[in-house]
Write a protein that binds this ligand. Structure first.
Ligand code: FE
Ligand code: FE
Length: 207
C-alpha cells in the first residue's frame, strides 16, 4: 500500500488553487476521511482523493479545453459547452502526472466527483458526497438533512445529492449531464429496493 506525503501534496496544491478553493479542498479531504471511517473505506485513499479532486478547478476554462486537447483527453459536447465540467477528468490526469497518484480507485473517484454515475464504488460515493457536504458549503437546500443522512445511509445521501443537483441544474442553465440523470435513477431504485427489503424484514418480525 503506497503511502502518500499529504503535506507535500498540500504545499504543491496550495499554489494551484485560490483561497476559497483550497479551503473547500481541505474540507473535502477531512469529510472524505470522516466518511471513510464511518463506512470502512481506505482512509489514505479517501484523503488523497478528497485533497486532489479539484486540483484542475482553477485553470481557466479555455486553458482546460486546450490542455485536454494536448493530453488527448476526450471532450464531450456537454463538456465543450460547459468546460468547468472538465476539471474532473483533467484533475484525474494531473493527479496522476503531476502528483504521482497511480491508484486507479483514487483517480476514478476524481473523475466522477462532479456528475456522479450509476453504481459508484464506495470511494467514489464518499468523494462525491464529501464535495457536497463539506463544512464550507452553505448554499444548497437540504444540506442539514443530507449531512445527517451521509453518516446513516450513504446511498440515500448520494441519491438526495443527485436529486437536488438535478433540480438545481434544471432551474438554471438547463445543461444537465446525462450521467447525473442515470445516476439519480440508479440510486433512487437502489434506495427503494433497500426500503422494500427492510419492509419485508419488518413484516416477518410481526408475523
Ligand atoms: Fe469539483
Ligand atoms: Fe469540489
Amino acid at each position: 500500500m503506497k503511502q502518500y506525503n499529504i503535506t507535500k501534496i498540500q504545499k504543491k496544491l496550495r499554489k494551484e488553487l485560490d483561497d476559497d478553493r483550497y479551503r473547500h479542498t481541505l474540507g473535502v479531504m477531512y469529510t472524505s476521511a470522516a466518511l471513510a471511517m464511518r463506512y470502512g473505506a481506505d482512509l489514505m485513499k479517501a484523503q488523497i482523493a478528497g485533497l486532489l479532486h479539484d486540483c484542475a478547478k482553477c485553470i481557466p476554462n479555455d486553458k482546460k479545453l486546450k490542455l485536454c486537447d494536448k493530453y488527448g483527453i476526450p471532450v464531450t459536447k456537454v463538456e465543450n459547452d460547459a468546460p468547468f465540467l472538465l476539471h474532473s477528468k483533467l484533475g484525474a490526469y494531473l493527479a496522476k502526472t503531476k502528483y504521482g497518484v497511480e491508484d486507479e480507485e483514487i483517480l476514478e473517484a476524481i473523475v466522477w466527483h462532479t456528475t456522479g454515475k450509476p453504481a459508484m464504488t464506495l470511494l467514489e460515493e464518499i468523494v462525491f458526497l464529501a464535495d457536497y457536504i463539506e463544512p464550507m458549503r452553505w448554499k444548497a437546500e437540504n444540506l442539514a438533512q443530507i449531512r445527517e443522512a451521509a453518516f446513516v445511509d450513504i446511498h440515500r445521501a448520494v441519491y438526495m445529492t443527485l436529486h437536488d443537483t438535478l433540480r438545481y441544474l434544471s432551474r438554471g442553465s438547463g445543461k444537465v449531464d446525462e450521467m447525473t440523470k442515470e445516476a439519480c435513477q440508479y440510486y433512487e431504485t437502489l434506495c427503494q429496493q433497500n426500503g422494500e427489503i427492510f419492509g419485508t424484514e419488518h413484516l416477518k418480525h410481526i408475523s
